[in-house]
Design a protein around this ligand. Sequence first.
Ligand SMILES: Cc1cc2nc3c(=O)[nH]c(=O)nc-3n(C[C@H](O)[C@H](O)[C@H](O)COP(=O)(O)OP(=O)(O)OC[C@H]3O[C@@H](n4cnc5c(N)ncnc54)[C@H](O)[C@@H]3O)c2cc1C
Length: 449
Amino acid sequence: MPEKKKVIIIGCGVAGISAAIELIQAGFDVEIFESKNFPGGRVYSVFDGIANEEHDNGQHLLSGAYFHFFEILKVLGTDNLVKRQQNLRVVFSYSNGEKDILDGSPFKGKIGLLAGLLKLKKISLKSKYHITTFFSKLLFNKLEYDDKTVRELLIMNHQTGEAIQRFWEPLALATLNSSIDSAPAELLIEVLNKAFFADKEASTLIFPNVGLSSLLAPFTHWFSEKGGKIHFGQSIKKLMIKDDKVEAIETKSGDIYYADYFISTVQPNSLLKIISNSETDTAKFNYLKNFDFSTIISIYLWLDRELKGIDFSAMIGTKTQWLFNRREILNEFSNTNKNFKGHIALTISSGDDLSKEDSEKLADFCFDEVKNCFPELKGAKILHKKVIKDKFATVRLTQKNLKFRPKAETHLKNFFLAGDWIDTNLPATIEGAALSGRNAIRDIKSYFP
Ligand SMILES: Cc1cc2nc3c(=O)[nH]c(=O)nc-3n(C[C@H](O)[C@H](O)[C@H](O)COP(=O)(O)OP(=O)(O)OC[C@H]3O[C@@H](n4cnc5c(N)ncnc54)[C@H](O)[C@@H]3O)c2cc1C
């Protein structure tokens, strides 16, 4: 039998896990190096000693279009640890306490979206007409979006200020984590096509109903059982390169590991550090300098009162963009916390400006906004809070830097790239990361002698 080819993967986030599963299943010998002490990368939860329960590094919202990510969860046996909507349903909560509901039922896919749009009360007929026209142009491939930002595309297609603020902006911020003034229109188009014009189930939203770590933690056992080797707490310092090929990697502690192929799944700033330590033509990786990051602020509040009858909501007319009611989303076993009746998570995407604010004040400010949107919480008290400002939440993909997004292949013959920032046509999301891992393997297989 020919000897198995060996692949080293740097990083054990979603992209690394996706690549590893694919490689193991294709019969490769796989070794992973991960600087943290657990799998999952930017998808994880931590235990809060005061609240006596887990919270995530930031609430993650999944969609029915996350086919590659759900394939991973199926392999790990955790695809049932989520709550799936039957039909698309999004509540919009306004700062004056009014509510509007996009309710696609009883339909799915594009018909559900249309039905939901027509039922919206706080969007005028004129705006609905233009939104519907936009979607019909999308369906018939009639939108011209090359080199446009999301805002430019919306304006060109007669979207009203009201439609932009109340419909498009929440959608774009949640999916692209970039302001509509710089986010590339083509990414939004790809998301809409995948969600509404592909598979009918794709248009619904999905929430993990356990702490995020539970979704991916079984990977360590699965991978080891299949013969894979994983080194947690081991950062890669440099690539050892000879004749345009990577021969080995060196860890921060100075250990050297050889393989036939190497895949980096780290963010561009981490890759740049590894490259700058490596003896190679670093100029070939200069394009990495075009990527900076967009902040996501996550605020977890434990309250003396439970918010009832709502699982999540977009907030309109406020700095806070989304509210997630953890008591409704998480499964019943997580909801045994008697000391803190209410537990909500607030999300602000593309929150670079607000991240400079004092965390305590920011949490109080956002909670005031929540009370305006949900008058039933007037008089409620925060008993405990946690503010997480992740300045490296995702790369900021803009109309300007989109062209620098690399494919999996590099000029180094056996060195491939994966990660949510790689060119998959998708935004920097969990699904983009899962797909990028797959794409890297496809490229390795095509090189396989
Ligand atoms: C707060 C927050 C909220 C989010 N919300 C959503 C959401 O609602 N929906 C959604 O789809 N996506 C969301 N995302 C984005 C999503 O989490 C990421 O797109 C995805 O997890 C990226 O996976 P990845 O494998 O590409 O990268 P990572 O998860 O970053 O994996 C890279 C891994 O490499 C490791 N590493 C780095 N340097 C080295 C080194 N030198 N040596 C060894 N290991 C190294 C890192 O520790 C990390 O584990 C959110 C992200 C954040 C932070």
